[in-house]
Design a protein around this ligand. Structure first.
Ligand code: CP
Length: 323
């Protein structure tokens, strides 16, 4: 079975395989979709008749809910499946689960999985479109896209922007998607954290490495701050959370010492008082909730484009009232 696409291939498993132009098309397509979420009737008939399964094998608030909102606002029929309560608990494999869903004639699968490579593994084995909603420490492409869209909203252009990703880079799929996407669009990218949480050889991707958060803050236009992913850590990567906050926490006094005002991003969930202090998270330069708002538009754009939609949305964005 072949599926229609808009030149994006069948699936979205990461930003690494995309071209700069493909990333720009997704971001540009997200722009008109932002407005749909502000309407009284937040619904357009773009994906009417399509069936989408959201397969979440790991906990999620933002990604799961915003994919579901994106699907519903595009009029798709959606089903949500988690590991708990499904036959995965009885030992059914990922592929068997997906093939059984395919037998019910679905069109797309959105998958979050603890294993790096799970989305690509599935995409190679089922004819439905597969969208990676985060796989292990590999990629979280729609998070990378919504972070870049939020940066573009504020700075106008990504080219030449200095973005530093601060925190647990080692275990972060968000860091990898940001690095691939930002570098393709011409940003300068750095990472900052204790050596134990920076992947060995990351410089080869073209990023600068800071081990002092003060140096990262001095260099940057924007910080994307990551939480410590304690659930993925098998050893002691930091002495204590308090010690981590003392040395690497993004705090107001540290930001006030910066030569310029920095934009503050965080993909969530936040651990306040660890990687970020509340007066930074809730401060005037934080765009953390705007990232969440942009997540719906970005996911609408990805769903629309993978389903074969043309980047010109004029017709597609008509509301239910218009048709
Ligand atoms: N940013 C992010 O992926 O958040 P969730 O884990 O809540 O989906």
């Amino acid at each position: 079975m072949t599926r229609p696409t808009s030149g994006f291939g069948k699936d979205l498993v990461g930003l690494e395989p995309l071209t700069a132009q493909q990333i720009r098309v997704i971001l540009d397509t997200a722009e008109p979709f932002k407005e749909i979420s502000e309407r009284r009737i937040k619904k357009v008939p773009v994906l009417r008749g399509k069936t989408i399964v959201n397969l979440f094998f790991e906990a999620s608030t933002r990604t799961r809910v915003s994919f579901e909102f994106a699907e519903k606002r595009l009029s798709a029929d959606t089903v949500n499946i988690g590991a708990s309560g499904s036959s995965v608990q009885k030992g059914e494999t990922l592929v068997d689960t997906a093939r059984n869903l395919e037998a019910m004639r679905i069109d797309m699968v959105v998958i979050r999985h603890w294993a790096s490579g799970a989305a690509a593994f599935l995409a190679e084995r089922i004819p439905s479109h597969v969208i990676n909603a985060g796989d292990g420490a590999h990629e979280h492409p729609t998070q990378g896209l919504l972070d870049i869209l939020t940066l573009r909203d504020h700075f106008g252009d990504i080219e030449g922007l200095k973005v530093c990703i601060v925190g647990d880079v080692l275990h972060s799929r968000v860091a990898r998607s940001n690095i691939f996407g930002l570098l393709k669009l011409g940003a300068e990218v750095a990472v900052c954290g204790p050596r134990t949480l920076i992947p060995r050889g990351i410089e080869e991707l073209g990023v600068e490495v800071f081990t002092r958060v003060e140096d990262a803050i001095e260099w940057s236009d924007a910080l994307n701050i990551l939480r410590l992913q304690l659930e993925r850590m098998k050893g002691g990567f930091v002495p204590t959370l308090r010690e981590y906050n003392r040395v690497y926490g993004v705090t107001l006094p540290r930001l006030e010492a910066a030569p310029r005002e920095l934009l503050i991003l965080h993909p969530g969930p936040m651990n306040r008082g660890v990687e970020i202090d509340s007066d930074v998270a809730d401060g005037p330069h934080s765009v953390i909730l705007q990232q969440v708002t942009n997540g719906v538009a970005v996911r609408m754009a990805v769903l629309y484009l993978l389903a074969g939609g043309a980047p010109d949305l004029a017709e597609s964005a008509k509301s239910e009232e218009d048709v």
